[in-house]
Write a protein of this length. Structure first.
Length: 298
């Protein structure tokens, strides 16, 4: 009996590895602004949370219909959520579909017994995303050749952007964010800050004429200069002298708020009236809200 169990375990492990390797070939994940079982865009902020979680686990996320001009159609996976009817539970499942309409990934069924709708959907989604986390997705630069629905073969572009920020880059962060946190503390901080960002994004929306059409701008935090580059999902922040991405600013639904992610550190970000980048995150050790200001350089 133990022998059969061992064989089954090995087979399941091999299947998971195969799925991960297949998904590593795809450069983008597209998250819609509305799921079919809802009547409004980003209802209960579920779409923004879905996009954020894909970004958190290493995927390059495209939110809504905006696509890069140089993107080949078969570089893209389309994300969706499936809702299962439950009398006392809320159940959600994450799926990914390729350019041929084939489902290439289905997560576990995430569940929640929360009575509040928003809390239930968020908890069920996070539970489903444990399957995504287990994939340990890392984008591969090897060319992807897939027949599109029109029988056209697309090849990977020569220039490939970094899709993952290594944990080591977070450890080299500016002095203001050097405090280390444990994994459990960081997870709690992420959840609290994220909920705060989504719930208050409309209240904190401010005009941002300085950065509305920004492609690349320079900012200063203390003695360090950073470059902020516009991308379809929001912005990417680069530290002077380093090739790897220091942080991502992901669009948080409508308004001028962003979800800030730098290694294990997550928080909220927005541009003030002067064009400065203001970042807020919850220090998991002290429980205090920390504010950082990246000053726009002329």
């Amino acid at each position: 009996m133990k022998k059969y169990l061992l064989i089954i375990t090995c087979l399941l492990g091999a299947m998971n590895t195969s799925v991960a390797q297949d998904l590593n070939q795809y450069k983008y994940v597209q998250v819609p602004q509305r799921f079919e079982f809802f009547s409004d865009d980003n209802q209960f902020q579920l779409n923004a949370l879905t996009a954020f979680l894909f970004e958190k686990y290493g995927f390059k996320v495209l939110y809504g219909d905006q696509l890069p001009e140089d993107m080949a159609p078969c570089e893209l996976l389309k994300a969706d959520l499936l809702k299962d009817k439950g009398l006392f539970n809320t159940k959600l499942q994450v799926t990914l579909e390729n350019c041929k309409g084939e489902t290439v990934f289905t997560s576990k069924m995430g569940t929640s017994r929360e009575k509040d709708y928003k809390a239930a959907y968020h908890e069920a989604l996070r539970d489903a995303f444990t399957s995504v986390e287990e994939l340990e997705y890392r984008y591969s630069e090897n060319p992807l050749k897939v027949d599109s629905p029109d029988a056209i073969v697309f090849e990977e572009e020569d220039a490939v952007e970094e899709a993952v920020v290594e944990k080591q880059s977070a450890e080299k962060a500016v002095p203001q964010v050097e405090e280390a946190v444990t994994t459990n503390q960081a997870e709690k901080a992420v959840t609290q800050v994220e909920e705060r960002v989504i719930e208050n994004q409309a209240e904190k929306a401010v005009p941002q004429p300085v950065v509305a059409d920004m492609e690349t701008k320079s900012f200063r935090n203390g003695p360090t200069i950073y470059t902020l580059r516009a991308v379809p999902s929001g912005y990417e922040l680069f530290k002077a002298g380093e090739e790897g991405k220091f942080a991502s600013l992901f669009k948080s639904g409508s308004g001028s708020n962003y979800i800030y992610a730098s290694g294990t550190l997550q928080g909220s970000a927005n541009f003030d009236a002067e064009g400065d980048l203001v970042v807020e995150y919850l220090d998991a050790t002290s429980g205090q809200l920390v504010t950082l200001t990246y000053q726009l350089q002329d």
